[in-house]
Design a protein around this ligand. Structure first.
Ligand SMILES: Nc1ncnc2c1ncn2[C@@H]1O[C@H](COP(=O)(O)OP(=O)(O)OP(=O)(O)O)[C@@H](O)[C@H]1O
Ligand SMILES: [Mg+2]
Length: 309
């Protein structure tokens, strides 16, 4: 594929944060190419650098070294007005914490980026709200919407100025599977109907599986990439030419399962010591359990079965 066919090209990006004299390396020479009209997922444990990578691509932060090219624009060299325009027109960013303006209605939230770009278009805003399934809720304030509805509103806001790239940081994080699936379908639809390039992060393998390619990030490095559609049965070895990628994903899932088990044990201990109140414990435990089940199901689906643990 020629470089023109890629919407996003990250070349050996390094990010080192400095906080109170301490240096934290969040990305260690990450290289990545995302073709136009595709939906890519970045998966990785907490702290692996997912948000950092999205922020570099979104023009919110600058790499310490390396280059970021989006739609043939060298993002890492942009400053001032050029950077502002890049963020407004090229990128639709759905933040990990939705970033909706609480004092504006749903409709006004969608109109805001258009107004900042000097082109408020009420009809388009209403149409976007329809597209994300929020028809009739235009006048609601964000806090009057459910989590899933707020997430869909955040996507409508990201689409306001028709950017070629959509970046969504854990768009299904807090949502149940059905709602999460709906969000991912919405993003896949943006690829199919509007030719958008979409990059999402998730902890959920079920979400990852719906997309074109999964990039595994760990400790600021890319562990591997795999195409969910090409993976059928690892244990049986029926898929050809993808063996190493499949091994990587299985190893990754096993590691995540071990981490989740550990996290659940720590949580139970803290609860037993009275350090966590019952409500928090129950909520957090249920969340971890759901994720654990999802990873186990993914392992079975991959033919590696939980018994292989
Ligand atoms: N502004 C910052 N200053 C210092 N360190 C930071 C900053 N932002 C992130 N980090 C560190 O960089 C590393 C990567 O963080 P990042 O937020 O990219 O992880 P993540 O994969 O998005 O995690 P999560 O799944 O929890 O959202 C972590 O060690 C984090 O503590
Ligand atoms: Mg993050």
């Amino acid at each position: 594929m020629s470089s023109r066919e890629y919407m996003i090209v990250v070349d050996r990006a390094i990010k080192v944060y400095e906080s109170r004299g301490e240096k934290i390396t969040a990305l260690r020479e990450v290289s990545l190419r995302v073709p136009k009209r595709s939906v890519y997922t970045i998966m990785g444990p907490s702290g692996s650098g997912k948000t950092t990578l999205l922020n570099l691509i979104g023009g919110i932060d600058k790499p310490t070294a390396g280059t970021i090219i989006v739609d043939n624009i060298n993002v890492s060299s942009l400053t001032g007005e050029d950077l502002r325009k890049y963020r407004l027109h090229k990128i639709g960013y759905v933040f990990q914490s939705y970033n909706l303006v609480p004092t504006l209605t749903a409709l006004e939230n969608v109109l805001l980026p258009m107004t900042l770009a000097g082109r408020p278009d009420r009809e388009r805003a209403l149409d976007l709200l329809r597209q994300v399934g929020l028809e009739g809720l235009e006048k609601r304030f964000p806090e009057e919407l459910s989590g899933g509805q707020q997430q869909r509103l955040a996507i409508a806001v990201a689409l306001a100025n028709d950017p070629p790239v959509i970046i969504a940081d854990e768009p299904t994080g807090e949502l149940d599977l059905a709602t999460g699936e709906r969000i991912v379908r919405l993003l896949l639809d943006q690829r199919d109907r509007h030719g958008k390039t979409v990059l999402i992060t998730t902890h959920d393998p079920r979400v990852a599986r719906m997309t074109d390619k999964v990039i595994l990030l760990e400790d600021g490095r890319i562990l591997g990439e795999y195409e969910p559609s090409k993976i059928h049965d690892i244990a049986g070895g029926t898929a050809t030419g993808e063996v190493s990628a499949e091994r990587v994903i299985v190893e990754y899932i096993k590691k995540r399962l071990a981490e989740l088990g550990e996290e659940m044990r720590r949580l139970a201990d803290a609860f037993a010591r009275g350090e966590v109140d019952p409500d928090t414990f129950e909520e957090k435990y249920r969340e971890l359990k759901t994720l654990q089940k999802a990873f186990q199901a993914e392992l079975s689906r991959l033919g590696a079965g939980p018994e292989a643990l």
